[in-house]
Design a protein around this ligand. Structure first.
Ligand code: F2R
Ligand code: MG
Ligand code: MG
Length: 301
């Protein structure tokens, strides 16, 4: 049985590995070309993107404050913003406004009046499960609060809650069926319910469609609707296989590879622990591991 401490580091490192392994394949020709030049540190470690940066922001804010404070988190998101981390276009505008002194409550509606339904809240949601894995209610409330700073649309929030809940269930060794039951019970939007039903049916019937069918039915895009269930499905399908087998499938699927990789990577790592992860030279690996251990100590004492 994998111990909880190993699962904590597995979850956060799994997120960063999935992000860094997927980043070279994300976006169009220009984004990929730029990443060839900036995607590695001087000592050859693979860099991660906004997915990992915003997860670390949440962890550091909550560790410093002892709870989730939206004002502090918004400030940290804004201060960490760096174009080289390839943020989503809407999120980038919101964070630059906050940096210039605008309140996040005003900034969050400045790009999309009804809020963003991008996958940017979901990609950073696994870290919330590390703080609240033992209370579904607290996990949902805090995930919603951490999401709405940049993603106040119900679908953006639903995707984040789905990923946070699934992470929490895998941390406590729930089966695929139990994970699906919890996420289906908490799903609030039709946009998310539809792909979720497809994925649950595949898992129940042990139907293993080829990658093109997965993409056609669940999506591989930058919105929450087209990526969160995809990541959940792939993580559960590959939960008893190697991390690299899972990542190869995600890379074959294409589209928003870093974010589907980050979400599926954290789910896989939450179940299998860091001892199951492959050798991989990643930027700030020690800091990521230490952050997971600090959360573990804060939650367990
Ligand atoms: N930005 C990237 N990668 C560059 C890929 C660019 C490429 N051309 C592409 O579009 O695929 N990666 C990072 O961004 C994603 C997270 O994005 P986030 O934080 O959710 O950003 P945003 O801008 O809020 O939402 C993303 C897109 O979703 C659509 N959208 C969202 N809300 C909408 C609304 N209310 N109405 C209409 N459209 C909405 C827009 O197209 C947004 O741009 C991750 O992949 C991360 O790695
Ligand atoms: Mg990214
Ligand atoms: Mg992405």
């Amino acid at each position: 049985m994998i111990n909880l401490k190993d699962k904590y580091t597995g979850c956060l490192l799994g997120l960063a590995y999935g992000d860094a392994m997927g980043a070279p394949y994300e976006g169009g020709m220009i984004e990929r070309l730029v990443w060839r030049f900036i995607g590695k540190t001087a000592d050859g470690c693979r860099r991660w993107t906004d997915d990992t940066q915003m997860s670390l922001d949440i962890a550091e804010s909550m560790l410093a404050k002892g709870a989730l404070f939206q004002d502090d988190l918004a400030q940290r998101f804004a201060e960490s913003y760096d174009w080289k981390r390839v943020y989503g276009p809407g999120a980038a505008k919101i964070l630059k406004l906050i940096r210039r002194g605008c309140s996040w409550r005003d900034a969050m509606h400045s790009v999309y009046r009804d809020g963003s339904f991008g996958n940017g809240a979901a990609m950073r949601a696994p870290v919330l499960a590390l703080f609240f894995y033992d209370s579904l209610d607290k996990l949902v409330v805090n995930t919603r609060a951490a999401s709405e700073i940049t993603h106040s649309h119900p679908v953006g929030i639903d995707g984040a809650v789905l990923i946070a809940l699934a992470t929490s269930q895998l941390l406590i060794n729930r089966s695929k069926e139990e994970v699906c039951e919890v996420v289906v019970a908490h799903c609030q939007t039709e946009e998310m319910r539809k792909p979720l039903q497809v994925a649950v049916n595949w898992l129940q019937q042990n139907n293993r469609p080829v990658v093109s069918v997965v993409v056609a039915q669940l999506g591989n895009g930058i919105t929450a609707q087209k990526s969160c269930v995809t990541a959940l499905y792939i993580a559960l399908r590959f939960i008893d296989s190697g991390f690299l087998d899972m990542m190869n499938f995600i890379i074959d699927a294409g589209g928003d590879v870093d974010t589907i990789g980050a979400m599926a990577g954290s789910l896989w790592g939450a179940f299998n622990g860091s001892s199951g992860l492959p050798e991989f030279k990643i930027e700030d690996g020690a800091r990521i591991e230490e952050t997971a251990l600090r959360i573990y100590s804060a939650v367990r004492c």
